[in-house]
Design a protein around this ligand. Structure first.
Ligand SMILES: NC(=O)c1ccc[n+]([C@@H]2O[C@H](COP(=O)([O-])OP(=O)(O)OC[C@H]3O[C@@H](n4cnc5c(N)ncnc54)[C@H](OP(=O)(O)O)[C@@H]3O)[C@@H](O)[C@H]2O)c1
Length: 294
């Protein structure tokens, strides 16, 4: 049996992995958040020496990250500590302890000047500090780890923590009108689907079929944040009206790409994944939250 250590386990993706882990009996999972294992502390990485005496860790799935795009512009050092320096430590320790790395990244590494979905080979040009640190972290993982998969995803939401869907549900219940930007286009990703894809990748390793490298994963389809909000309100059956506004009308410190749709051909071919459309996955999430019936 292989052992998988999930770091940042109380975040959206970490909890989504916990929810489906029991369906994967070929693995023993350890779910640790920063109280158990702070990825920025060298001393915590060092304790893996003792952990290894009990468990041989085969994989680290890193769900820990600095994810607040707005605050990252002012909390630059904290963001860099988590998204770059800690990730570099993880990659370097992978050789000493012999674990493979699955790391998660973002569509915000791109500048949004494209009109076609971004492939893994397209050049990056992050517009925000968050995007910059994530891009640097990705390369640390790919260049320095023993063996790694880096998954770039976009617009993540789930039943857990804070996210766009939950904000729209709250505001949609409180207000008659919601104003949401209509000129930033991408694809929402249900963290439950991303967790499923991650476990498919780990399962491929059990069969000796792992294909390491950089991949893009989001749900299928394309929408603006306005479309996304509109669909949340519609599916939840809330009476609030959703109105489109332009990016300039919404106060934000960080710049975001206009267009950040990810091309998923590579991951579909490598791992035979069937990816749900974002509107279907939204329905799954709302049903799991008990907001609509299955
Ligand atoms: N959210 C999105 O829209 C989005 C979009 C594209 C890509 N991504 C990427 O997807 C991945 C997962 O995102 P997510 O939304 O699941 O993130 P999240 O909900 O913010 O979870 C991150 C987790 O990491 C923990 N953490 C923070 N500092 C830590 C430390 N020093 N050591 C260990 N754990 C620490 C956090 O704990 P606290 O909450 O207590 O700080 C939290 O439990 C990230 O790599 C993110 O960059 C996210």
């Amino acid at each position: 049996m292989k052992t998988v250590l999930v770091l940042g386990a109380k975040g959206q993706l970490g909890r989504s992995l916990q929810a489906i882990a029991p369906a994967h009996p070929g693995f023993q999972f350890l779910f640790w958040d920063k109280e158990e294992f702070n990825i920025t502390h060298y001393s915590d990485w060092d304790t893996l020496f003792y952990v290894q005496k009990k468990y041989k860790i085969d994989w680290i799935v890193n769900c820990a990250a600095y994810t607040n795009v707005e605050k990252a512009e002012t909390e630059r050092e904290e963001c860099e500590e988590l998204n770059v320096k800690a990730v570099r430590m993880m990659s370097d320790f992978s050789h000493q302890f012999g674990f493979k790395v699955l790391h998660v990244s973002t569509d915000f590494v791109f500048d949004g000047e494209h009109f076609l979905p971004y492939t893994e080979d397209d050049p990056i040009r992050p517009l925000s500090w968050y995007g910059q640190t994530k891009a640097t972290g990705d390369y640390q993982v790919l260049l320095r780890s023993m063996e790694a998969v880096v998954l770039r995803t976009s617009w993540l939401y789930s039943e857990y923590g804070n996210n766009f869907v939950k904000t729209m549900l709250r505001l949609g219940a409180e207000r008659e009108e919601l104003k949401v930007v209509c000129d930033q286009v991408g694809t929402p990703t249900y963290a439950g689907d991303l967790a499923f894809a991650i476990l498919e990748i780990l399962e491929s390793d059990l069969r000796g079929e792992l294909k390491a490298g950089l991949y893009h994963y989001s749900n299928e389809g394309v929408c603006s944040w306005y479309d996304f909000a509109h669909e949340v309100i519609r599916q939840a059956g809330l009476p609030a009206k959703v109105l489109p506004i332009e990016t300039g009308e919404y106060p934000a410190v960080a710049s975001r790409p206009w267009y950040s749709v990810l091309n998923k051909k590579k991951i579909k071919q490598a791992y035979g994944l069937q990816i749900p459309h974002w509107t279907d996955s939204l329905r799954t999430c709302l049903a799991n939250m008990g907001i609509i019936n299955n």
